[in-house]
Design a protein around this ligand. Structure first.
Ligand SMILES: [Zn+2]
Length: 297
């Protein structure tokens, strides 16, 4: 089942299922919102739906035929990626002419259709968008256009009126959510290693924060909140999102150690904020925690 992502709006998922059942996809589709990775995944799935050699009864792509597998691997010759070339921030007019306009009437190599995927459609200049208008409106029968854009706002109204728009959800919400999940996961694994283990385990748990000072600061702050949850016990509602780890902390350490953890984290957070050397910061993160653990034992 394609477009099964629970974060996608229900209306979008239903629309795509209906396209599949009907056995026909619109030739020009604009995918907006969510994050860049999800937009790319959605585009891949639409390309499969358009090219699958053995679609299921409900029109869904099989995901296992030659075409589906090549598309998934990014190796299908009839899926054409249009994205900024090396050392460029945006797609150039010359590139659109060469990759799109000059190849438009050439039949697909092996697929049923040729799919042009425009990454970062929000960065396409007005000149390019205008150059594509006629093509998007009346593409050759064997072509399909997928425009991937952060939002619809950056596209010309004339383009918007010629595409079928599929919203994948609010980009900010999706990005924030995935950032928060990463922070929570890291906070939990660092604290578990702290409660359980050796300095080596702590180092492993801290490793994903390498070269990411902002993440380190966030995790340090979340650890502080979790420790406060541990200190408060049942007296206050938990604020950290790491309830399990809070319970583990209060079961493992005396109050004095927990207070010391808060001090260490405050120091790390301040240094991360002050642009301290990232490698030193990361070793401080695990080494100072490990030292506290040792002191307790
Ligand atoms: Zn297939």
């Amino acid at each position: 089942m394609i477009f099964a992502d629970k974060d996608f709006p229900a209306a979008t998922r239903e629309t795509v299922a209906a396209f599949c059942r009907r056995g026909r996809l619109p030739q020009s589709i604009l995918l907006t919102g969510s994050g860049a990775k999800k937009r790319e995944k959605a585009a891949t799935e639409l390309a499969m739906a358009a090219m699958c050699e053995q679609p299921k009864q409900d029109g869904q792509p099989c995901l296992t035929c030659d075409a589906c597998r090549k598309i998934k691997a990014g190796a299908h010759p009839d899926v054409i990626r249009i994205e900024p070339e090396k050392d460029r921030k945006t797609v150039s007019v010359e590139q659109v002419r060469r990759q799109v306009l000059e190849t438009l009437w050439i039949a697909p190599n092996e697929g049923k259709v040729k799919v042009y995927v425009f990454f970062g459609a929000e960065t396409l200049s007005d000149v390019i968008q205008n150059a594509l208008l006629k093509t998007i409106e009346e593409p050759p029968a064997f072509t399909m256009f997928l425009l991937l854009s952060r939002s619809r706002d950056m596209l010309l109204p004339t383009v918007l009126s010629r595409v079928t728009e599929l919203s994948l959800g609010d980009e900010l919400t999706a990005e924030r959510k995935s950032r928060e999940e990463t922070e929570l996961r890291l906070t939990a694994s660092v604290l578990e290693a702290f409660c359980r283990g050796s300095e080596y385990e702590l180092m492993l748990a801290c490793a994903p924060m390498m070269k990411n000072r902002a993440l380190m600061q966030k995790v340090a702050d979340r650890i502080t909140v979790t420790v406060r949850d541990a200190l408060a016990g049942d007296a206050a509602p938990p604020l950290s999102g790491c309830e399990r780890e809070a319970i583990l902390l209060s079961a493992t350490f005396p109050t004095s150690t927990l207070l010391a953890v808060c001090e260490v984290m405050a120091r790390i957070s301040a240094r991360a904020n002050a642009n301290a050397n990232e490698n030193l910061l990361l070793s401080a993160f695990s080494a100072e925690l490990a030292a506290l653990k040792e002191k307790t034992e």
